[in-house]
Design a protein around this ligand. Structure first.
Ligand code: ADP
Ligand code: ZN
Length: 542
């Protein structure tokens, strides 16, 4: 007998209160729960900490009570499965998980519970779920009308565009093909348009109702600083603003994780390293300590974090640029899950832009894939270069309109900006002259950022003399700007894609779009570096 909606709402409320002890649904939870209880499919985009679990746990309980059997929850995260089953156990809901940590006997007992109808919920890793043995058990349940729903957690794992693709997730379309009448709910905390479309297509959720919650995390303060000396900047940030706080420092490589953790320890800050290259035992120990103890700093690669539900993470720092906005949002989202103020802090410099561009260029992926990755990187670079509200841009990326937030660096300290169009044109013409001069005199050579800045600022170095560049019309035309300002201009040009850097030495070359700047078709603005020498001072020094 189908449950009518007012009745479903009443039952769902009752379960919410009696089983979980909560007075009211949050955000779109109620509508989502009703959709599932009514037998429909749902695709749920909700930020971390938004309350996704209840969206399938409550329908699972309601449907189980109505005699509709067991809900199967697909999750890629063993730790998360264990936590959730433990929490459900505490509130008296029969749940179990099947994954590689179980002994054959334990697995057999879970299977028995599944087939007997005792379980309300079963959590399973995707590779488990898709074994012939498990699918046969599902068939048998299905024939008896005892398969109540499928929940697919971390659904973005099905998309190759996302940052966390898992091959096994591709097989999950089999669930819909074999059991088309069983309601499904797919959930994720991160999906831009592209990833969203991919989830719908690969999981065949064309008929699912879409539930998109606001992705705003108002208690997180976003700050992106120009890299000057990353370690000094990090230390100042930690000492001035987060003495004794728990937090995560993300680094781009395992080596940097280890070095940074060791250095922080030397500085008297309790820090632990975490990356996929560490022994599983060490990883687990560090993770447990981070969760249990107070005030630890986890220095980690992105291998750390998914599914780690520590409410009082007070800051997330990035020493290297993430791959894209989804990654940035996901990683920073691990701060402040308790709703109290938290910082998302990042240093960002020319090297990041160069490295990320190079990684995409040199990856063995196909052109389509690279094009998408470049687009995503561009969006992140625009966020990093922005001098208006970071949150407005971040939310806009996820399709949400908003007003300046008052809680990001740019809102709190509106940056002084200057018109960098002229400087950009000088730099571009200097790069152009290098190539031209090279063709006329000594074969086409190109030169890196440091050298370009020497020439722009009119320094007669040995190398300048060697190449005869003091005779260029662009020699010394940029003496009015400091070295730091020039680096910022170059970073902006690379970020905007007007200049590319090539090869091991990062030699500079113009792209087709550089012409639009040279012609004066576009205007550029940049923030005035906070600690930059003022123009007049740099002139007297230079
Ligand atoms: P997500 O999976 O989206 O990151 P969770 O499902 O872990 O979020 O929920 C985050 C926290 O919010 C949990 O502690 C959960 O118990 C709590 N929560 C969820 N829904 C409600 C609600 N309706 N009322 C009160 N607390 C809730
Ligand atoms: Zn803002």
């Amino acid at each position: 007998t189908p449950v009518t909606l007012p009745a479903a709402t009443a039952v769902a409320r009752q379960v919410l209160a009696e089983v979980f002890g909560y007075a009211a649904f949050r955000g779109q939870q109620q509508a989502i729960v009703e959709q599932l209880i009514g037998g429909g499919d749902a695709l749920v985009l909700m930020p971390t900490g938004g309350g996704k679990s209840l969206c399938y746990q409550i329908p699972a309980i309601v449907r189980h009570r109505a005699g509709q059997g067991v809900a199967v929850v697909v999750s890629p995260l063993i730790a998360l499965m264990q936590d959730q089953v433990g929490a459900l156990d505490e509130v008296g809901v029969e749940a179990a998980f099947l994954n590689s940590t179980l002994t054959p006997q334990q697995a057999a007992s879970v299977e028995q519970g599944l087939l007997s109808g005792r379980l309300t919920m079963l959590y399973a890793a995707p590779e488990r779920l898709l074994t012939p043995r498990f699918l046969a058990m599902l068939e048998s349940l299905h024939e008896r009308g005892q398969l109540s729903l499928f929940a697919i957690d971390e659904a973005h794992c099905v998309s190759q565009w996302g940052h966390d693709f898992r091959e096994e997730y591709l097989g999950l379309s089999a669930l819909h093909e074999r059991f088309p009448d069983v309601p499904r709910i797919a959930l994720t905390a991160t999906a831009d348009d592209h990833t969203r479309a991919d989830i719908v297509e690969r999981l065949q959720l064309q008929d699912a109702k879409l539930f998109i919650s606001s992705f705003d995390r108002p208690n997180i303060r976003y700050t992106i600083v120009e890299r000057d000396n990353a370690r000094t900047q990090l230390l100042r940030f930690l000492r001035d603003e987060h003495e004794g706080d728990a937090g995560v420092v993300y680094c781009g490589s395992r080596k940097k994780v280890e070095e940074t953790a060791a250095w922080l320890q030397d500085e008297g800050i309790p820090a632990l390293p975490y990356h996929a290259g560490l022994d599983a035992g060490v990883r687990k120990r560090h993770q447990d300590r981070f969760l249990r103890e107070e005030g630890l700093v986890m220095v980690a690669t992105i291998a750390f974090g998914m599914g780690i539900d520590k409410p009082d993470v007070r800051f997330v720092a990035h020493l290297d640029l993430p791959k894209n906005i989804e990654g940035y949002y996901q990683e920073t989202g691990r701060g402040g899950r308790d709703g109290a103020p938290a910082d998302a802090w990042m240093t960002y410099g020319l090297a990041d832009v160069v490295n990320q561009r190079r990684m995409i260029d040199e990856s063995p992926a196909g052109d389509d894939f690279k094009r998408v990755q470049r687009g995503k990187l561009d969006a992140l670079l625009a966020l990093a270069e922005a001098h208006d509200c970071r949150r407005v841009r971040l939310l806009a990326y996820f399709g949400e309109d908003s007003q300046p937030c008052g809680n990001c660096d740019n809102c709190l300290h509106p940056p002084v900006t200057w018109d960098s169009t002229d400087a950009a044109r000088k730099a571009l013409s200097c790069i152009y002259r290098f190539a031209q001069h090279g063709r006329e005199h000594h074969g086409a050579r190109s030169f890196g950022v440091a050298y370009l800045i020497d020439v722009l600022r009119g320094k007669r170095t040995e190398k300048v003399e060697q190449y005869g560049h003091a005779s260029l019309s662009t020699f010394g035309i940029g003496a009015d700007l400091s070295e730091q300002q020039w680096r910022a201009v170059l970073r902006q040009l690379v970020a905007l894609g007007h200049v590319v850097t090539e090869g091991e030495y990062g030699t500079l070359a113009l792209t087709d779009t550089a012409r639009t700047v040279l012609r004066g078709d576009v205007q550029l603005r940049m923030r005035t570096p906070a600690e930059a020498p003022r123009r007049s001072r740099s002139r007297t020094r230079g």
